[in-house]
Design a protein. Structure first.
Length: 169
């Protein structure tokens, strides 16, 4: 009986509580609907890096394995086409990303990736060693992609020192 009397005397307070609950539910519904509407336009790249290894068979001696270089790869895991203007490696110096380009050959680091497609760029061992021999060994190395909308996609790939050590083996 006391609860009923209190509710009758304080109906403004209960109205405010119910209004606040309704407002929270409305904002939640709006946020969920906006996120759902953006799903078909989601843009996301998955970057990767791996070493290219070659094996040759030498008659009478056996097999010989050597490192040929490194490859940077990008896979479109979003829901729309991404046009890449650069795919490769970059080092971070003074807060900026400096892209690496081969010196002795044409470089095609461009790609147009539909959802679930992959592109890769090959860098040869001698090119990488020549580019990084003058750099500080602690300089951070990134797999780096830039698209036509100006978005930068990057993933840490170690340091210059580790790369030189791995390629020199």
């Amino acid at each position: 009986m006391n609860i009923i009397r209190w509710c009758n005397e304080n109906n403004g307070f209960l109205t405010a509580i119910l209004s606040l609950i309704g407002l929270v539910l409305s904002v939640t519904a709006i946020v969920v609907s906006i996120r759902t509407a953006r799903l078909p336009y989601k843009k996301k790249l998955m970057l990767g890096s791996y070493m290219s290894v070659g094996t040759s068979m030498i008659p009478g001696v056996g097999t010989e394995t050597q490192i040929l270089g490194m490859s940077a790869s990008a896979t479109n895991v979003g829901n729309r086409t991404i046009n890449i203007t650069y795919l490769g490696y970059a080092i971070k110096k003074d807060g900026r990303y400096n892209m690496i380009y081969p010196v002795n050959r044409d470089f095609d680091g461009k790609a147009s990736l539909n959802p679930s497609e992959m592109a890769e760029t090959q860098f040869y061992k001698d090119e990488l060693l020549k580019c990084f021999s003058k750099e500080n060994r602690k300089t951070k190395l990134f797999v780096y992609a830039k698209d036509t909308e100006g978005a930068e996609h990057k993933r840490k790939a170690g340091s210059v020192g580790k790369l030189i050590d791995n390629l020199s083996k």
